[in-house]
Design a protein around this ligand. Structure first.
Ligand SMILES: [Zn+2]
Length: 210
């Protein structure tokens, strides 16, 4: 895929996320791998109105080559790419239902969401919770890096999800699946619920590996 096409795809998918309320203000960021580095949404930009020409371009070392300065959360993306070499794109949102779940007191930090649907198991599978760190704290980068080697999706406590995918579409669709499952989980709290069984989850993971 050409760089120009990727710039247009990031702009289009970011606007789609914004228009559906999955991201708002200047929150959230998207990155994608290209032949000679990465494209990343700029700091302070709104996902609803990106200028493809101003998207940050970083070289293989993470240094800005052209465009506006990248998101201050670029370290979340770089951690995923470096720990997961097959990653083609990373999405990070402050989407409402995922943030709500990330703030619950009684979740299992090893796997935050239950297996509500087969699609969630296939697109996310296991979702660890990363403890809360204030913005800019380098310990957050270290914590994400430790989890990223084993998981393509993580949830930052009181903050939001970081999801890696083989392609931009994969990363965006998996993030949307996570957000919808977080919404379902909140709707089902307090209701007697039948989740997928351990055997059903295992069969899905074997037949549809991430
Ligand atoms: Zn964030």
């Amino acid at each position: 895929m050409t760089e120009t096409r990727m710039r247009d795809d990031i702009t289009r998918m970011a606007k789609s996320l914004f228009d559906r309320g999955l991201t708002f203000g200047s929150s959230g960021n998207i990155s994608a791998r290209i032949d000679d580095g990465w494209l990343m949404t700029p700091t302070g930009s709104t996902m609803g109105n990106l200028d493809p020409a101003k998207i940050s371009k970083l070289d293989d070392g993470g240094k800005l080559v052209s465009g506006d300065a990248p998101t201050k959360e670029s370290f979340l993306h770089i951690a995923m790419y470096e720990e997961r070499p097959a990653t083609g794109a990373v999405v990070h949102l402050h989407s409402t239902h995922s943030v709500a779940v990330s703030s619950l007191a009684d979740v299992d930090p090893k796997n935050v969401l239950p297996p509500v649907t087969a699609y969630y198991v296939m697109k996310i599978g296991t979702l660890p919770l990363i403890p809360y760190f204030p913005p800019g704290d380098l310990d957050l980068a270290r914590a994400v890096r430790e989890m990223a080697s084993k998981h393509h999706a993580v949830l930052l406590a009181n903050h939001g999800p970081v999801v890696a995918g083989k392609s931009l579409e994969d990363a965006v669709y998996a993030t949307e699946e996570l957000e919808e499952t977080a919404k379902l989980h909140l709707m089902l709290r307090g209701l007697d619920t039948k989740y997928l069984t351990d055997g059903q989850v295992q069969a899905l993971k074997e037949n549809f590996p991430n």
